[in-house]
Design a protein around this ligand. Sequence first.
Ligand SMILES: Cc1ncc(COP(=O)(O)O)c(C=O)c1O
Length: 393
Amino acid sequence: MNEEVPTAGVPGDAVTRRYPFTEIRKRLREHKGDVLDFALGAWTLSPPDTVVELLHAAPQTAVRRAGPRDFGAFANGAVAMLRHEYGVEVAPECVLPAPGARAAMSALVTCCVSASDRVLVTEPGYPALAYLAARRGAEVAAVPLDPHRSFEPAFDAVSSAWLRSAMMVGLNYPNNPSGAQIPEHGFADLRERLAPAATLFNDATYAPLVYDTSPRSMLPCEPSVPADQNVVELHSFQKLFALGPLGIAFLVGSESLINAVRDYGDFAWTPLSVLHLEVATRCARLTAQIRQSRELLAARIALLRSTLEAVGFEPYPTPAGMYVLCRVPASIGGTEVTGAQHAAELLLDRYDLGVVGWDVPPNRYLRFSAMFRPEDVETLAELGERLELGAPA
Ligand SMILES: Cc1ncc(COP(=O)(O)O)c(C=O)c1O
């Protein structure tokens, strides 16, 4: 076991690389001919009726700065939603809305991480936190999620001394891309292994989209998040409803930490509008529609999984999220595959099939989005044996 740095997956290129999804969008745009877009998905959810009504009834609220009453109403709505969806009890002071999930993560990292601090992330995972920490000059290391253990983080790849010296651990459960959920005591077990001053962060963007267990939060079931716990979770309505740039995200965590990010936000981002806050407050109340979005995504995931299996891909289970993760075939159309990126290139070049390739040596994955257009999944089914997929090694 390595005493200094975790053995696996250190994202050494974290600072220099571009946002991978910008690159993928560009690659799909440049492709000649129509793309079966399972990379990012060309289909969209609908905005809730109540939000559309608001846009018509009170467009002037878009240019009015939100005040304490708007923030208070939203925080109360978020508290009720967290109670209803996850059974956790937090105080309104522990809730901070931000212009989006990435803006929230950026502010959080700035407040919690200094140059040379150790930050641990997991791979495969949404790449923003690793990048933002690396930009702060942190020593970022990545622990692999183990596909043989339901994508639990392989923390045994890290010495307990290293784990204890980490200033922040950034999780992303339910995970993008694997759709995995953390085991029931996963958050609490990890918190115990960290130094008291370390921040335990979970990007819970996909938390409502859980299909075979109850949605889970790492927040404690206490009236307010204890100040010494240093836990913070990121929530969003963005994966439930089409909200575009109106879809704010929110951090929930220890009050001192939340206040630090709030103070930083005054310097770092333009104040939210009355409309932003009202949209979010209305979304927090949409219990039935949240369930409907979950059911809709569950049906799309089931259709995507059966289609992928029928054409010869090998999906991992999808207990949550909006993506189906597959093993990389050993060969495609008779060509031996060297990695996930190579497989994604072959599928696009030869079959107009857009997917996201994820290389996390020694594992490699292809991610298919459930936000596909109906005609694309039909065309995927028709590709059938033409793909000539070799069984993954
Ligand atoms: C896990 C995860 N977190 C955060 C984000 C980004 O959210 P936002 O667009 O609100 O910044 C995404 C986007 O897909 C995501 O998958």
